[in-house]
Design a protein around this ligand. Structure first.
Ligand SMILES: *[C@@H]1O[C@H](CO)[C@@H](O)[C@H](O)[C@H]1NC(C)=O
Ligand SMILES: *[C@@H]1O[C@H](CO)[C@@H](O)[C@H](O)[C@H]1NC(C)=O
Ligand SMILES: *[C@@H]1O[C@H](CO)[C@@H](O)[C@H](O)[C@H]1NC(C)=O
Ligand SMILES: *[C@@H]1O[C@H](CO)[C@@H](O)[C@H](O)[C@H]1NC(C)=O
Ligand SMILES: *[C@@H]1O[C@H](CO)[C@@H](O)[C@H](O)[C@H]1NC(C)=O
Ligand SMILES: *[C@@H]1O[C@H](CO)[C@@H](O)[C@H](O)[C@H]1NC(C)=O
Ligand SMILES: *[C@@H]1O[C@H](CO)[C@@H](O)[C@H](O)[C@H]1NC(C)=O
Ligand SMILES: *[C@@H]1O[C@H](CO)[C@@H](O)[C@H](O)[C@H]1NC(C)=O
Ligand SMILES: *[C@@H]1O[C@H](CO)[C@@H](O)[C@H](O)[C@H]1NC(C)=O
Ligand SMILES: *[C@@H]1O[C@H](CO)[C@@H](O)[C@H](O)[C@H]1NC(C)=O
Ligand SMILES: *[C@@H]1O[C@H](CO)[C@@H](O)[C@H](O)[C@H]1NC(C)=O
Ligand SMILES: *[C@@H]1O[C@H](CO)[C@@H](O)[C@H](O)[C@H]1NC(C)=O
Length: 552
């Protein structure tokens, strides 16, 4: 989304990204306004900014205004862009800049008449109101106040910004509200708007009908968690340029099944957590351009709508925490563009469809926490691009197919809490990229495949609660990245050798038939935090459990 937006702004406003270098430098008056603006805040990284900017959005926050020094050319300051002809400040990007404090309604910044782009996203304005003076920035085509901890009513003056191409007031914390008057003004006046993000804004006092007359230029409309009421206007689906639509979490919206237009260009559709009882989508197969579909948290009383499997451009399908009654249709295999498939925690039953073998682009497959039964189809070994495979907590039986050893890109393999039996296939030694291997709580037997150099990247190994026997494999002692080993509740026998992995933190070998002395060199592994050896036939120290760095 972001790169796409950048590109489109660049195409339509090439002058805008002009460099700030040039013979002119910024006027005293504009520099003074900026300094005055900066001085109205404390520059502190609050918990809010750290959480939302750095952790959730994954941007790197830092105080951009630290480079703002009186007596220097403001066009060279971090976050400031000037027009190269006359050095007017035309863009301010202060997103993620540690601004903290109530937003001043009398700031002289509102007198910068040439400002076209203003980004204040991810600062902390301490629950102050959006000043109505924002309505003075009549040259703005881009305004971003996303995740700023502005609170209260959105002033109706925002609708005076009739040149806006992009408006982002989204914030998941539900602290902004908008009334009928202001929302109608926005829809009516923003005739150029292409990107409208209002997620989390409380719209419970307005009928969703107001969105009926949105600009035909609209490309993105994001209204997740807005508590929309009434009927969503059907003509939104006819907007010829609409590319992204997010209505997630609006549980009070009246949905007589949403009908999609065959000429739609929608690529990204999020309808998560909208319906707990009714079939609410119809003719979804009209969305032939769709690449991303999220239907998590809904109920599908008649099973997964089969028409979804006609979406031949779909790259990501996410349905988690839903209630889907019935089996996965075999036509899942028609979704040949899929890269990312999550169908977890959704009450699915029946077999894993063999047709998944056709999804040759798939890199991520998560079918965890359902009631899927039958065997793991060996045809999953066709999916050579897979890096992530999770079938945790189902009712799968039979052997682990040898063909999984074909999945050489796999980093994450989770088959725990099923009813798998037989031996772990030797071919698993081929999975040299594996970082995470978990097959706990099954009925596996025999010994663990061994080869000294196996699993050079393995970090996490979890095979507890099976019937595995034989000696511990030699790679267990040498795999350089292993941090977490749980082989408890099996029937392993023989002696324990010296562990060489300095990264080892957790080692559980309890409830086995291990014998002999325990190698004291284990105490040199400084990162070891927890060691459980109880219920074996070890001599010397038999049972102990320790936390923090072991020192004896
Ligand atoms: C934040 O708001 C609280 C309560 O409204 C106020 O007491 C405090 O001074 C404000 N902090 C700043 C830095 O403006
Ligand atoms: C804005 O108002 C505050 C008091 O409300 C005052 O201290 C400050 O000087 C004013 N700033 C400007 C630029 O007028
Ligand atoms: C608003 O700014 C944030 C932070 O830079 C960015 O992640 C987000 O995509 C922006 N929104 C729009 C609509 O450009
Ligand atoms: C539309 O914008 C103009 C100024 O650009 C303003 O005078 C008018 O009040 C706005 N209309 C609404 C409904 O907000
Ligand atoms: C949409 O525009 C039409 C024609 O201008 C007008 O009659 C109608 O009332 C508007 N609807 C809404 C909900 O604003
Ligand atoms: C689909 O949208 C187009 C405009 O993009 C419109 O002309 C057409 O009537 C719509 N079709 C239906 C069935 O609503
Ligand atoms: C899927 O598309 C085919 C033709 O492309 C059509 O015949 C069929 O009815 C569609 N199936 C569903 C369930 O929409
Ligand atoms: C799964 O379906 C059963 C009824 O068949 C229901 O009781 C249960 O709550 C559902 N589980 C989830 C996670 O929705
Ligand atoms: C595993 O790799 C060996 C050689 O490295 C190869 O002979 C064997 O066929 C592979 N097995 C699978 C299941 O890919
Ligand atoms: C192991 O799996 C069974 C079902 O196969 C389940 O009932 C049990 O709670 C699981 N135990 C653990 C410790 O995961
Ligand atoms: C491991 O168990 C299998 C059967 O599950 C048995 O055939 C084999 O002899 C056992 N090996 C050892 C070393 O106990
Ligand atoms: C031990 O833990 C520390 C802190 O978590 C980490 O920085 C260090 O890399 C670890 N040592 C090894 C050998 O993994």
């Amino acid at each position: 989304m972001a790169p796409y937006l950048f590109l489109c702004l660049f195409l339509f406003f090439p002058h805008f990204y002009a460099s700030s270098s040039g013979s002119h430098s910024c006027s005293h008056h504009e520099a003074a306004s900026l300094i005055q603006f900066k001085n109205s805040f404390s520059i502190t990284q609050t918990d809010h900014a750290a959480l939302y900017c750095d952790e959730i959005a994954g941007h790197k926050s830092y105080p951009k205004t630290n480079s703002w020094k009186e007596g220097t050319d403001c066009c060279s300051w971090d976050g400031v862009t000037c027009d190269h002809l006359n050095a007017h400040v035309i863009a301010l990007d202060l997103s993620c800049s540690w601004l903290y404090g109530n937003f001043p309604s009398n700031t002289t910044l509102f007198l910068l008449p040439h400002l076209q782009k203003f980004n204040l996203a991810y600062n902390d304005f301490n629950h102050s109101k959006i000043p109505s003076e924002f309505g003075r920035f009549t040259s703005l085509f881009y305004l971003n106040l996303s995740n700023t901890l502005f609170a209260g009513e959105v002033p109706s003056q925002v609708s005076h910004l009739s040149k806006l191409v992009s408006l982002d007031l989204s914030f998941w914390a539900n602290v902004l509200t908008i009334d009928k008057h202001a929302l109608e003004g926005l829809v009516h006046n923003l005739t150029e708007v292409r990107h409208l993000f209002l997620d989390g804004m409380d719209m419970s006092s307005v009928n969703a009908h107001v969105f009926m007359n949105l600009s035909s230029s609209l490309r993105s409309l994001s209204l997740a968690g807005c508590d929309l009421q009434g009927k969503f206007p059907k003509n939104i689906f006819d907007l010829p340029n609409l590319n992204l639509l997010n209505l997630g979490g609006n549980q009070n919206l009246n949905l007589d099944p949403l009908k999609f237009n065959r000429s739609s260009n929608l690529e990204h559709l999020d309808l998560s957590s909208m319906s707990s009882s009714t079939e609410f989508i119809d003719s979804v197969d009209n969305l032939q351009a769709l690449k991303y579909l999220d239907l998590s948290g809904n109920s599908f009383v008649q099973g997964l709508p089969v028409s979804i499997t006609n979406l031949s451009s779909l790259e990501q399908l996410i349905i988690s925490g839903a209630n889907i009654f019935g089996e996965l249709p075999d036509s899942m295999g028609n979704l040949v563009s899929l890269k990312f498939l999550v169908l977890s925690q959704s009450n699915l039953s029946g077999p894993v469809p063999r047709s998944l073998r056709n999804l040759l682009q798939l890199t991520h497959l998560d079918l965890s926490q359902n009631q899927l039964s039958g065997e793991i189809p060996s045809s999953l070994g066709n999916l050579l691009q897979l890096t992530y495979l999770d079938l945790w907590q189902n009712q799968l039986r039979g052997q682990i197919p040898r063909s999984l050893g074909n999945l050489l890109q796999l980093t994450h393999l989770e088959l725990g809490w099923n009813k798998l039996s037989g031996q772990i296939p030797l071919s698993i030694l081929n999975l040299t990229q594996l970082e995470y291997l978990a097959i706990y709580n099954n009925s596996l037997e025999g010994s663990i495949p061994d080869e000294v150099t196996a699993f050079p990247n393995l970090i996490y190994l979890d095979l507890y609660d099976n019937f595995l026997n034989g000696t511990l494999p030699s790679w267990l002692y040498t795999a350089p990245s292993l941090k977490d080993i749980d082989l408890s509740q099996n029937q392993f026998s023989g002696h324990i050798k010296e562990f060489q992995s300095k990264s080892l933190e957790y080692l559980y070998l309890n409830n086995n038939k291990l014998q002999g002395p325990f190698p004291s060199s284990i105490f040199q592994l400084l990162n070891l935090t927890e060691l459980v050896l109880s219920s074996n036939n070890l001599s010397g120290v038999i049972e102990f459990r320790m936390f923090s760095n072991l020192q004896i």
